[in-house]
Design a protein around this ligand. Sequence first.
Ligand code: SF4
Ligand code: FES
Length: 373
Amino acid sequence: MERATNGQIATMPIEFKLDGRTVVGRPDEPIIETAARHGVEIPRLCYKPGLRPDGNCRACVVEIKGERVLAPSCCRFPAAGMEVSTDSARARASQKMVLELLLSDMPEKEYRLDSELDQWARKLNLGLPRFPSRTQPAADLSHPAMAVNLDACIQCTRCVRACREEQVNDVIGLAHRGDRTEIVFDLGDPMALRNLVTDLRPEWIVHCPAATDVAWCETHPEDAERINAEASGTLASAAAAAGSRLLYVSTDAVFDGSRGPYAESDGTAPCNVYGRTKRKGEDLVQRALPSSLIVRTNLYGWNVQPKQSLAEWVLDRLEAGEKLGGDQRDVADQRLLGAPQHAAVELAVLRHQKSRSTCVAETASARTAISPM
Ligand code: SF4
Ligand code: FES
């Protein structure tokens, strides 16, 4: 007699009881799928056919006779003679509690009419949640082409699994613990960052990504610290472990702009969150990989991306007749080569390139006119 292959064993029928009814499942089919084939709907949020089951939301728990704890049906497989209850009082209470807790964290604004969470809540006749909402994460609108708003995220990790296991590009990750758990991207995912560097072992890493929106950094100091400082340190230590060299693009905002141009030996005195977090990034990079090259630069000119360079941003406002307010002006003066007169010259040159006409740019303490050749 021939032995059955593993593939054959995986598809062998298994009889078990589902809500008192005898059904036929398979050793490789999770209970949630067998139930669906037999017309029994079990709530589910993190489960999605085609993606590896993760079992993190616990909306799909069922009661199995003789077992002390409820089991997530999306990652539990049947055994012969098993008795599963999907709608016992205990299973239902737990499913409802999960949904209610997640509902209580939802923003007031409704983004989608087909929200799976809302659909399951309706099916299980849930009313308004009884619990207070968490503090909603602030939207990240710092990039001109991409916005990230996680206020309706239930941390199901479908996006992480799709990105990591289907697309095989480790761009999205899950960071932190407890009520600080959140979906993060690239630099915010230290493990993904380390894995990437270890896998590629590049000769050089040019590290330019940063939270560069100065105003955003002021209102999101913890995020700025994480991106500009901590992630840079993580990258440097990963580079050190992989034997790679690192160029860290810092900023002239580590200086206060009271004079200039600055030399490498000049003391730093950042006057905003952006400058302080980039300065801390320099320290962490140097500590982790002392041979790193740190460049304090300010790139300016027309940006080829939709994003505006700082000089363009200032120029547009001046051309629109707006006055830069106190903080904005300080930032503009400080960032554009650290000295007001240089800032004025740069802005005038940009404007001249754009309009080919005589123009005047004025900042904190300088006024410069440039005429067409
Ligand atoms: S952002 Fe990702 S983790 Fe959050 S709800 Fe959407 S798919 Fe799930
Ligand atoms: S759907 Fe099973 S744990 Fe989320």
